[in-house]
Write a protein that binds this ligand. Structure first.
Ligand code: AMP
Ligand code: MG
Length: 342
C-alpha cells in the first residue's frame, strides 16, 4: 500500500487534510496527531475499516477502540443519553484529553468496541484532529499509533517505520502537546472512576462533580477482567530489562539507584541527578517538579533508550500525585511491574 506523508508542522494544508478525511470516509486508515499522542484512525461505523487498525497494530481483539468525535451530533448518533454527571463531565472536559465511557447505541460495529455495551468517547482539541474528523463527517475510532506493547508515538518520526506501507496517510503535526494518552473515566454507581489516569486528574474531576475515585487496576499487575481491557496487556515496553525506583527520601532514592547499577546501564531520570551518573548513559526527562515536561518527554525517551547499546535500564520514579499518577501508571507498565519503592 502506498503511504502518503503530509507535513503540517508549520502549515495546515486544507486540501490535503480533506484528502485524508476522504480516505477515512472510504474505509482506509491513517495516522494523525492529537494533543495527547498520535492516533491511527478509521471510520468508526465500518467494521472492516476498524479491523485494519487491529491488523496494523497487532492489537488484541478484546481491546476496544476509543471513538473520536468533532461535534455533539456525532455523540448523540452513537451513544444513549448521558446521565446528569456524565453531562457535567462532557461540558467540562470536551474537547480535551478526556475519554468518557458511555452506553453505546447498536450502530457501533462489534469490532470497534469489542462487543461491549459501552463505548469510550473523546473529542480532541488539536486543530488537525478536529478538522480531520469534521471533514470526514463521521466518528473516527483511533487507538494510539504504535505497535501493540510499544510506547505510544508522540512524534511522527518515532513511529513512521512501524506503519510505512500499512496505512494510506500519515500527517506530521510536530511533537504532541501533552505526550500521554487521555484520561479514561467511567461513571460507576454515580461516581466518576478513573480507569486510566492522564492530564485531566482526579482533582480536576472532583472540582467539577465533587467526587472521583481511582480504579483498582491502575497499579496492579493482573486483574482477571479489568474495566478497561487495555490495562491487562503489556504496554510501553522497551526491549531491555528495566526497573522503576522511587523514594520520597532523596538520598535513599539515589542510594537505591546506585545499588542497582550494572555495566551498560542506561538511566532515565531527572535533570538534577544527571551529573551524579556521568559514567553512565543518562537520559534526562526534565526537572523533578516539572511533571508536564516529564509527561511530554517520557515516551520519546523510552523509544530512544531502546536504540542504545545497553543491557539494563533504571528509571527514576516520581510521586504518585496529580499528573505524577499518570506518569507512574505508564512507567510501572513499561518495566512490566518491576517496581521498587521504599
Ligand atoms: P489506546 O487504544 O492506546 O488509545 O487506549 C485506549 C484505552 O481505552 C484502552 O485501555 C481501552 O481498553 C480503553 N477503552 C476503550 N473503550 C473502552 C470501554 N468501552 N470500556 C472500558 N475501557 C475502554
Ligand atoms: Mg495505546
Amino acid at each position: 500500500m502506498e503511504t502518503k506523508i503530509f507535513d503540517f508542522r508549520t502549515n495546515l494544508n486544507e486540501e490535503e487534510l480533506k484528502y485524508c478525511a476522504k480516505c477515512l470516509k472510504e474505509g482506509k486508515i491513517g495516522i494523525f496527531p492529537t494533543e495527547t499522542v498520535y492516533g491511527i484512525g478509521a471510520n468508526a461505523l465500518n467494521n472492516e475499516a476498524a479491523s485494519l487498525i487491529f491488523k496494523a497494530k497487532n492489537r488484541a481483539k478484546d481491546n476496544p477502540l476509543i471513538i473520536h468525535i468533532s461535534n455533539f451530533k456525532m455523540l448523540k448518533d452513537i451513544t444513549k443519553p448521558p446521565t446528569k454527571i456524565e453531562q457535567q463531565l462532557i461540558d467540562a472536559f470536551f474537547p480535551g484529553p478526556f475519554t468518557l465511557i458511555l452506553r453505546g447505541k447498536k450502530n457501533i460495529p462489534s469490532k470497534v468496541n469489542a462487543g461491549l455495551k459501552t463505548v469510550g468517547i473523546r473529542m480532541p482539541e488539536n486543530e488537525i484532529a478536529h478538522k480531520l474528523i469534521e471533514y470526514a463527517g463521521i466518528p473516527i475510532c483511533a487507538p494510539s499509533a504504535n505497535l501493540s506493547s510499544k510506547p505510544s508515538g508522540t512524534k511522527l518520526e518515532d513511529i513512521k517505520s512501524e506503519f510505512m506501507g500499512k496505512v494510506s496517510f500519515m500527517i506530521d503535526g510536530g511533537p504532541t502537546k501533552i505526550g500521554l494518552e487521555s484520561t479514561v473515566c467511567e461513571v460507576i454507581d454515580g461516581i466518576p472512576t478513573i480507569l486510566r489516569p492522564g492530564k485531566i486528574t482526579k482533582e480536576d474531576i472532583i472540582s467539577v462533580v465533587g467526587s472521583c475515585k481511582l480504579d483498582a487496576s491502575l497499579f496492579k499487575e493482573s486483574i482477571a477482567t479489568p474495566r478497561s481491557p487495555g490495562m491487562k496487556y503489556k504496554h510501553y515496553a522497551p526491549s531491555k530489562p528495566a526497573i522503576l525506583i522511587y523514594s520520597p527520601d532523596e538520598s535513599l532514592l539515589l542510594k537505591l539507584i546506585k545499588e542497582h547499577l550494572k555495566p551498560k546501564t542506561a538511566i532515565i531520570g531527572s535533570k538534577e541527578h544527571q551529573h551524579l551518573f556521568s559514567k553512565y548513559q543518562y537520559f534526562s526527562y526534565g526537572k523533578k517538579n516539572d511533571l508536564e515536561e516529564i509527561m511530554h518527554n517520557i515516551f520519546t525517551i523510552l523509544r530512544k533508550v531502546d536504540k542504545e547499546d545497553i543491557d539494563y535500564i533504571i528509571i527514576e520514579g516520581v510521586k504518585k500525585e496529580g499528573l505524577g499518577l499518570a506518569i507512574m501508571n505508564r512507567l510501572i507498565r513499561s518495566v512490566s511491574f518491576n517496581y521498587l519503592e521504599k
